[in-house]
Ligand binder design. Sequence first.
Ligand code: ZN
Length: 172
Amino acid sequence: MSGAAGEYLDLTRVSQRPIRWAGAISLSALPRLAAAVADSGGQATVELQAIQANGQVSVHGQVQANLVLTCQRCFGSLDFPVKADFNLAWVRSEEEAVRLPDVYEPLLSLSGRVKFAELIEDELLLALPMVALHTPPQACGGDQRGKVQPPARAVKTPRSKPFTALKTLKHR
Ligand SMILES: [Zn+2]
C-alpha cells in the first residue's frame, strides 16, 4: 500500500487477513490539526496494524510527528514532538463502545471504512496539550529577546490577585 492521504482502511476485510500499513502524511492534509499548530509544514509518520481477535476488530500502532505549537504565555513557537501509541477497537454504535474493555479506545464507524488521514488526525489531536506552554517558564520568550513585548492578554490577571491572596490567608 502507498501512503496517500485519501486512502481508506477497510475494517470489513480484517476478518480474512490482518492489514498492515506504514506511511507518512503531510500535516497540511489534516485540516483540523493544521488549525491547531503554528506550522503545518511537517509530516506525521504512522505504523499500524488491524487485526481480528475473539471477534473484535482492533487497530493498533504508533503515530509520530514533530509539531510546532504556539506558547500561550509568550506567543513564541514551541517544539512539541509527539509519539503516541493507540489501541482502537472498531465499534458500530455508542452501545458497543460502552461495552469495550478499558484497553481500547472506540473507533466508531458504521461502514468499517475509515480514512487513514482522519484516524491519524484524531490521534494527533488527542496528543496535544490542553494549553501549550514552554517549560520551564524561564524558557519563554527565548526567541523574542530584544523585541517589543506584545500586549499580552494575560495583563488582566493581576486584578484578581488580591482575592487569591485573601483566599490563601483564610485557609491558613
Ligand atoms: Zn513561552
